[in-house]
Design a protein around this ligand. Structure first.
Ligand SMILES: [Zn+2]
Length: 284
């Protein structure tokens, strides 16, 4: 059995870069070289099926392209879009249309939504929910005070606390923790970007104390909510190791904004570093 980190290191050093598809392959088909093929083969040898559950049908990405990408890369795709008051899909009618169109484009792709309102399960009728394979949520939109307006925390000016005022930061974290626990207690399938911190506080990984990590992990395990390993940043290896030990399931997700899909290198690294096996991944 090979070592994933060795494959990655060789690729970085330019030793394993060989063209499997040619440099002209469209970006959305990722990978453009043989390294991912080698990494996928290694995962397959370990019995791990790699599915991207956070592939947005937006910014040029279509269900057809997601299916083509699956064929070309070997990374299984899904079709997912945002649901909520501020998004294009909000009504049950639009949701049914989206699910039907995605299934028409490729009946094999799992179809899901990312929910952004905290009362989403009251908005979506049980019949419509049954037409979806999964529901994903993150914690990146939070009211700026108890009962306040939901704020997209990744946008500038939306995390208002003074980051140099430690008492204010700690109070913010207490509020954020409650918010995270609220989300993981909703009837969701996947918690995306666990342990996310907004830009003004992103270096404060110490805010995620072992006790807070465990509280989130235990709620996820209790509720059968899988934890996403995002291709970009979150969560870190300590969280993943603790979650694995507690019996949590994982998914991977790229959270694309366009049809230009970024690298999964971090995901491979986390699989290796945290010793993840086939049993650690969500199966639907
Ligand atoms: Zn997303």
């Amino acid at each position: 059995m090979k070592n994933i980190r060795t494959i990655l290191a060789a690729a970085t050093a330019g030793l394993a870069l060989f063209a499997a598809q040619g440099a002209d392959a469209p970006e959305f088909r990722y990978p453009k070289d043989g390294v991912t093929a080698e990494l996928l083969a290694e995962c397959k040898a370990r019995g791990i099926t790699i599915t991207d559950w956070h592939l947005h049908i937006r910014g040029g990405m279509t269900p057809e392209m997601a299916a083509e990408r699956e064929q070309a890369s070997g990374i299984l795709s899904s079709a997912m879009e945002n649901h909520g008051r501020e998004w294009e899909i909000f009504t049950n009618e639009r949701l049914v249309e989206f699910a039907a169109a995605a299934r028409r484009a490729n009946p094999k792709l799992p179809v899901g939504i990312q929910v952004n309102d905290r009362d989403w399960f009251k908005q979506i009728s049980p019949e419509v929910r049954q037409q979806l394979d999964y529901v994903l949520a993150d914690t990146m939109i939070m009211p700026d005070e108890e009962g306040g307006e939901p704020k997209k925390m990744w946008l500038p000016g939306n995390v208002t606390d003074d980051v140099n005022d430690e008492a204010a930061v700690q109070a913010w974290m207490e509020r954020y923790m409650k918010h995270c626990l609220q989300v993981v207690n909703e009837p969701i399938t996947i918690l995306a970007n666990p342990t996310y911190l907004p830009p003004p506080l992103e270096k404060r990984t110490d805010l995620w104390t072992p006790e807070r990590m465990d509280a989130l992990i235990n709620a996820a395990v209790k509720n059968n909510v899988a934890l996403e390993i995002n291709a970009e940043t979150y969560p870190g290896p300590e969280f993943i190791k603790r979650a694995k030990k507690a019996g949590a399931k994982f998914t991977i997700g790229v959270n694309n904004f366009t049809d230009n899909i970024r690298s999964y290198d971090r995901v491979w690294d986390m699989i290796e570093q945290c010793g993840l096996t086939a049993d650690d991944f969500l199966r639907l």
